[in-house]
Design a protein around this ligand. Structure first.
Ligand SMILES: [Zn+2]
Length: 103
């Protein structure tokens, strides 16, 4: 908790009211925070910031908006329906077939 009015709560898992995706919802320094529960690598955090999304550090069971200070914890991006970050761009291996066994 920070100050009398700028409260910070432990985020809880919930569903987005529009797309029904699982998200984390909590209050971060007095403002509601709704984030995707997928930790981001640095490159995806940059993509999030360039697209105008806020990023948060999940630390000590609270969401702290990223402000330039390096804090230990997981980096999570603000939720936007249908715009999940952190996709793997590598193609998954094809399922084995009789012509191409997995060995
Ligand atoms: Zn949504």
């Amino acid at each position: 908790m920070t100050g009398k009015y700028l409260i910070t709560t432990v985020p809880a898992a919930g569903r987005c009211g529009r797309c029904q995706s699982w998200i984390l919802i909590g209050v971060s320094e007095g403002l509601w925070a709704r984030v995707d529960p997928f930790p981001l690598e640095r490159r995806w955090e940059i993509v999030a910031l360039l697209s105008g999304r806020s990023c948060f550090t999940l630390t000590a069971r609270t969401l702290i908006e990223r402000d330039g200070y390096l804090r230990p914890g997981l980096v999570l991006a603000e939720h936007r329906c249908g715009q999940r970050l952190g996709y793997s761009i590598t193609k998954p291996p094809a399922a084995p077939t009789p012509e191409y066994p997995p060995f």
